[in-house]
Design a protein around this ligand. Sequence first.
Ligand code: FPP
Length: 234
Amino acid sequence: MPRHVAIIMDGNGRWASKHGENRSEGHLAGKESLRECCEYAVEKGIEYLSIFAFSTENWNRPADEVAQLMSLMASSVIGEMGTFRKNSIRFRMLGDRSAVPADVLGPIEEAERETASNTRLDLFVLFCYGGKWDIVNAAGKYGRQCYEAALRGEPCPSIDVDGFSRFLETAGVPDPDLLIRTGGEKRISNFLLWQCAYAEFYFTDILWPDFRKIQFQSALDSFAKRDRRYGQIK
Ligand code: FPP
């Protein structure tokens, strides 16, 4: 069983067109899949679930869709509080908080406070997140430490891979073991670039709103058959 599963939930728009609906209906249906997958992750003893809800590139979508995704985030975190409580899910946003409108950040931070002591699943919602942003932001934090050291007349503190990881949004969290992407595309789209260095990839043509427990189990079955060597010879 993977400890950490990451998901790129793609295909909401295509699911909506297939059903003669507008794109917003696709995102609403996607929310149902997300709830089902969170509950299944808890049932399976998965410890961390990271989901890509809004990327740094999604700002380039039409303004009305951006607004809908923003308000869906705000209403979902409040509306799903019962799900978080019932399943002991700890919610946290990973991404650029300075880019999140105040009326969306408020509910996000309220949900983080309310769920902080839950223990069964860490749900990381990557929102206003980009893998390149995460790495550059981490480099900036390290740069500031060097600058402060220089002001004290001290050398820049040396750093290794583990040390650098502590500046990333995922500080202290084990890297994803399994990365799932729905919707047929086979790319990483600026998701957890650093953190997926050794993730097993699972791509499926299923559109996100159709990805439910059974499809999640198929991804877990595929993962169970993988031979993870981490660059070594077994
Ligand atoms: C990709 O589908 C999906 C998104 C950009 C948004 C993901 C949001 C949800 C699943 C709803 C849950 C919401 C929150 C805020 C937690 P797409 O629109 O790129 O689909 P397409 O490739 O078919 O156009």
